[in-house]
Design a protein around this ligand. Sequence first.
Ligand code: NDP
Length: 255
Amino acid sequence: MSIQLFDLTGKTALVTGSSRGLGRAFAEGLAAAGAEVILNGINEQRLTTAAREMSEAGHRVQTAAFDVTDDDAVKEAFSRFDEDGVEIDIVVNNAGIQFRKPMLELETADWQRVLDTNLTSAFVVGREAARRMVERGQGKIINIGSLTSELARATVAPYTVAKGGVKMLTKAMAAEWGGLGIQANAIGPGYMLTDMNEALTSNPEFDAWVKGRTPAGRWGKPEELIGTVVYLASQASDYINGQIIYADGGMISVL
Ligand code: NDP
């Protein structure tokens, strides 16, 4: 096997929610493999800082600030890409939020917000990208699921439902677009050290639970997902479609 299989030179990748956390690591990994990367988020200052840092590290990077839950904003962003001649070869649907509340206390608006951000956004961004990818007969879509694509945990019901949906959306994309040259796959990270889990890592009880429950005995680091995203973005995975790869230190495999 040649290492060229993982070369992304000449490709352009849009990574949603890449101002920080896992998205930033995905963007850095894809850039290191040769892709030009478009960073996305809502907070423009964070986005600009991330782009500057990546650019200083020698990567080719642009920014596109838009809210992935806003259908019109997503369409406008893709229209701007069209006007600027930017052709997106790889999309990582990573933007997400978590909201912890028992279902008995959960308002419908909060349920909807979590579904919009974690699930519907992947459909909307994926659809806009795929409409253009089919014209070129190729494209890679990588959706970010979670352990909760498979397992339910109390107090995160809408997140669990959204991530379960991400798994099935990935299969639906593969079913509809696989014959058009697009591969859609997903990554299901375990418990990772990012802002999203700040309250959990600083809770000694939860910290001990994660370490005890994960065969690896520790939280995951965002950079540990880079190999998986580069693989799924590259020609090395051209015959893989509709799959979810759990990168979780083994947690999902054990009782
Ligand atoms: P963070 O909270 O660290 O970062 C979230 C990112 O998403 C930020 O860049 C944020 O942008 C962006 N974002 C949030 N809402 C929107 C929106 N409406 N439109 C555009 N961008 C948005 O999260 P993580 O890095 O931890 O998580 C990334 C993904 O990985 C999520 O889908 C999450 O569910 C998933 N995941 C995370 C795990 C973990 O343990 N951390 C485990 C399993 C899955 P801004 O800076 O502008 O707010």
